[in-house]
Write a protein that binds this ligand. Structure first.
Ligand SMILES: [Zn+2]
Length: 297
């Protein structure tokens, strides 16, 4: 006990990153076990005691999914404007600049090409720490470009989502990203290329209502909040108590909104198998079409 207090007193205040709890030791928010922080990081930000999935930094997510050294960044070349001259507690350009400095990227998304267990993929990873992973014009454009490039290069697309929804500071332009991303995904479908969506905690609002739930296969991580409107808004609107586990992955799987809930450690392998199956299916369909055409002649 005394030792534990000593650790608590000496807890460093500077955070290495905002995605995981700081300090040498932390108390798991799900099972209250004392976990050594390095163990949590080494375990892909999953509690070694109870399996609770913590939010994960973008770079760690890329490392988890992309084969070593295979990731080649595509995003980062565009920056958001301030079309509305939006000011809340601070002007939007100032808020953006602070986030850019803090997180070292122009907006709430990273995209790139990689291989996943040898399969060529386009990879989209949203950054919830950057303005709540909100989808403004840059996030939408980067997703659309990643989908287009993947289609051109014959890659499957994997999107790992984490978002509070549309970016209110860009108003209607944010809402248009829902249509833009949806249309871009069509290119993959036309070429028979798989799009697999991985919903992580939290995936909400306009992201849930557009590309995130358009995957050929939709997976989610355990315990992730996945919703359009948040539970409090719904509760206040319908004036009823919500069922337990409402809007969590397991609940949505039961209701048929997801194809499966996959633990983080099994995710890469599951994605590889899924991509291979979808690709094989698409090749078989093309071959059947060819046979059908030959028979008609
Ligand atoms: Zn735990």
């Amino acid at each position: 006990m005394a030792l534990e207090r000593w650790f608590r007193r000496n807890r460093p205040t500077r955070k290495e990153d905002d995605n995981a709890p700081a300090g040498l030791w932390l108390k798991c928010e799900a099972c209250s076990a004392q976990i050594y922080r390095k163990d949590l990081v080494a375990n892909a930000y999953v509690c070694p005691e109870c399996g609770h999935h913590y939010r994960m930094p973008v770079e760690a997510r890329i490392e988890l999914l992309a084969d070593a050294g295979s990731f080649e960044p595509w995003s980062g070349g565009i920056q958001a404007e301030d079309p509305l001259g939006f000011v809340d507690t601070q002007p939007y350009p100032e808020r953006l600049e602070k986030n850019r400095q803090k997180h070292g990227r122009p907006d709430a998304i990273v995209t790139g090409g990689a291989t996943l267990d040898g399969e060529a993929i386009g990879l989209v990873v949203m950054d919830f720490q950057f303005l709540g992973g909100s989808m403004g014009s840059v996030v939408g454009e980067e997703i659309a470009r990643a989908a287009e490039r993947s289609a051109q290069e014959g890659r499957a697309l994997v999107a790992v989502t984490a978002s509070g929804g549309a970016r209110m500071q860009e108003g209607a332009l944010s809402l248009m990203q829902m249509a833009k991303t949806t249309v871009a995904l069509e290119l993959l479908a036309e070429r028979g290329l798989p799009f697999v969506s991985v919903l992580t905690d939290p995936t909400t609002g306009g992201v849930t209502a557009s590309f995130a739930t358009l995957g050929d296969v939709i997976y989610a991580e355990p315990g992730a909040l996945i919703s359009f409107a948040g539970p409090r808004v719904i509760q206040q609107t319908i004036k009823q108590d919500l069922p337990e586990g409402f809007q969590r992955s397991e609940f949505l799987l039961e209701k048929g909104m997801l194809d499966d809930v996959v633990s983080r450690k099994a995710l890469k392998e599951r994605l590889a198998v899924t991509i291979r199956l979808l690709r094989a299916g698409s090749v078989a369909r093309e071959r059947e079409k060819g046979v059908g055409r030959a028979a008609a002649l």
